[in-house]
Ligand binder design. Structure first.
Ligand SMILES: [Zn+2]
Length: 107
């Protein structure tokens, strides 16, 4: 690959990243999201949704438009493990909302 192509690719990559809005969520939003999860990847094999996706459900932004920053770390209600925006979690079932993975969690 010619060097200039790599440079252009690199720049486009940076622009694509800058296109995202950095959003610092409120502590309240973290607390709300924490309450809407049931387990994390450390204690459940059904944890398949990034915590940031749960946080997004409390906001009007589209997940592919923003990058979330947590002001505080959340904790798993089951094992008290630390949950950050990238931790996979198992959301509780919310009324009027289809399970994000498409497969109904056993209950
Ligand atoms: Zn856990």
């Amino acid at each position: 690959m010619a060097p200039y192509t790599a440079a252009i690719t690199h720049r486009m990559d940076r622009v694509a990243r800058m296109d995202k809005l950095l959003v610092s969520v409120s502590q309240l939003a973290v607390a709300q999201a924490e309450q809407s999860i049931e387990a994390c990847q450390g204690c459940s094999i059904y944890a398949a949704v990034p915590f940031s996706t749960v946080l997004h459900s409390f906001r009007s932004y589209r997940a592919d438009q923003v990058e979330l920053i947590l002001p505080v770390l959340a904790h798993c209600p089951r094992c008290r493990g630390v949950v950050d925006e990238g931790t996979l979690v198992k959301p509780k079932r919310q009324p009027g909302q289809a399970p994000p993975t498409g497969q109904a969690p056993p209950r």
